[in-house]
Design a protein around this ligand. Structure first.
Ligand code: UD1
Ligand code: CA
Length: 449
């Protein structure tokens, strides 16, 4: 059946004590709302609607980045989860499949769980969980899989508060049913809010079916304060490490490897200790990432080796069998097959041809203080150590630059470019100079004593 997704993300998150809307706080380098959208994406939803409120513009910008196909609607006043869903319904006009409502601050819902909700054939299906500490969660009044109603903590009797089957907040319903039920909600309750949860009792009153699907408590973990955010990061990293192991990745010291929401690492990749993935990294099968690397927005092809102590920044594209060694930074550059950049180098805004060797201490001088410029190096080039490549500049295939050169003009193919002062040797002068300096040192020591 066709699916649509509504993500509720209007809340302020008072307990975060932050200027940033709650759903924009990050776990795995991605805003919380991106996690909800990522879980929902597995349902291949026909439509995605995000309800924004606090910090709407910022939230919308994040949504556009992480799920460009999603629409945002503004809930000007937060009058409750039922009211929030009502704001989204106009965007689902004409859609008659299954609608799944989830929260933007609940990052661990698994795609498989959402699939179970989508596939349930009850008119309304609620994702519940058993917990030893039901706290202020809504309680599910159920018998077996059949659900009678949800009672909010504030409205619950002592007897109802003793129930340990709780509402995760994720609810699925057929679009037509959801529209009808949400339109019938009122705010006659302890919080004075339009509760989405009231649609369960409303459905039953109309003779429709309602069901509970359960999941692990861990999946429903919501984030309300900085402590929970830190705990969520911890949990997220553990889940990523587990998944990486399952996918055939080796990690020497997994607790020191940090992943982002969208990190992709292929089988047989070996990752050393203290490696940090920013967003947008893909590492293909068989690559090796040595200790202490920081990677972001880059693609590492099969057989490439990176680090130790390498930094790959956005737009770094390493083709097969490239070697990037220690204290090398690469940004917005394509390194063709077999390129070697072994030591102490900055490559920015460059195209480096296949098999080219970049000597230690090379710098692409890509920025003139106002604009960025590109460096193009052909295949089979040897860039001597400590070469400054002052962009825009091109070095032709098979060329060689002498160590210490400052290359400001293009180098033709197969040419040797020398761009440094000529060496002058002055016989005996070093010895004379040293003698003079030593004499001076002795004179000064004598004065002090
Ligand atoms: C809600 C559920 C409760 C459940 C709990 C799980 C209702 C009435 N109650 O309670 O049964 O156990 O979640 O965490 O649904 N939001 C909006 N607009 C609003 C109100 C809320 O977008 O007007 C968003 C919030 O940003 C948040 C989510 O909906 O992401 C849940 O709202 P919250 O106020 O935290 O609901 P709870 O009281 O926790
Ligand atoms: Ca909550």
């Amino acid at each position: 059946m066709a699916n649509a997704l509504i993500v509720l993300a209007a809340g302020k998150g008072t307990r975060m004590n932050s200027d940033l809307p709650k759903v924009l706080h990050q776990v795995g380098r991605a805003p919380l709302v991106a996690h909800a959208l990522a879980a929902g994406r597995a349902l291949e939803p026909e439509r995605i609607v995000v309800v924004t409120g606090h910090g709407a513009q910022q939230v919308q910008a994040a949504v556009e980045h992480w799920a460009p196909q999603a629409e945002c609607v503004l809930q000007e006043e937060q009058l409750g989860t039922g009211h929030a869903v009502a704001q989204a319904l106009p965007c689902l006009d004409g859609f008659d499949g299954r609608v799944i409502v989830l929260y933007g601050d609940t990052p661990f819902i698994r795609a498989e769980t959402l699939e179970r909700l989508s596939e349930s054939d009850a008119a309304v299906t609620v994702l519940g969980f058993e917990t030893e500490e039901p706290g202020r969660y809504g309680r599910l009044i159920a018998s077996g899989p059949g659900l009678e109603r949800i009672v909010e903590f504030k409205d619950a009797s002592d007897e109802e508060r003793a129930i340990t089957l709780c509402n995760s907040g994720v609810i699925a319903a057929d679009a037509v049913v959801l529209t009808e039920l949400v339109q019938g909600l009122n705010n006659d309750n302890a919080a004075g809010e339009y509760y989405l949860t009231d649609i369960v009792a409303a459905a039953r009153a109309k003779g429709m079916t309602a069901e509970v699907v359960t999941c692990d408590e861990e999946e429903t973990l919501g984030i309300n304060d900085r402590f929970e955010l830190a705990r969520a990061e911890d949990l997220f990293q553990d889940l990523c490490r587990e998944e990486a192991f399952e996918n055939g990745v080796s990690m020497v010291d997994p607790a020191t490897v940090y992943f982002a929401l969208d990190t992709f690492v292929g089988a047989d990749v070996v990752i050393g200790p203290n490696v940090v993935f920013g967003t947008g990294v893909t590492v293909e099968t068989g690559a090796v990432i040595e200790a202490f690397c920081h990677l972001e927005g880059c693609h590492i092809s099969r057989g490439a080796t990176v680090g130790p102590f390498a930094r790959l920044r956005p737009g770094a594209e390493l083709s097969e069998d490239v070697h990037v060694g220690n204290f090398v930074e690469i940004k917005n550059s394509v390194l063709a097959e077999g390129v070697k950049v072994g030591h102490l180098t900055y490559i920015g805004d460059a195209d480096i041809g296949a098999r080219t060797n970049i000597g230690a201490g090379t710098v692409t001088c890509n920025y003139d203080g106002v604009m960025k410029h590109r460096t193009t190096v052909g295949e089979d080039v040897f860039i001597g150590s400590d070469t400054m490549l002052v962009a825009p500049v091109t070095v032709g295939r098979g060329a060689l630059t002498a160590s210490g050169s400052v290359i400001t003009g293009d180098v033709p193919s197969e040419a040797l470019a020398v761009a440094r002062a000529k060496q002058v040797n002055k016989p005996g002068l070093a010895a004379k100079l040293f003698a003079k300096l030593r004499a001076e040192k002795t004179r000064r020591a004598g004065k002090k004593g």
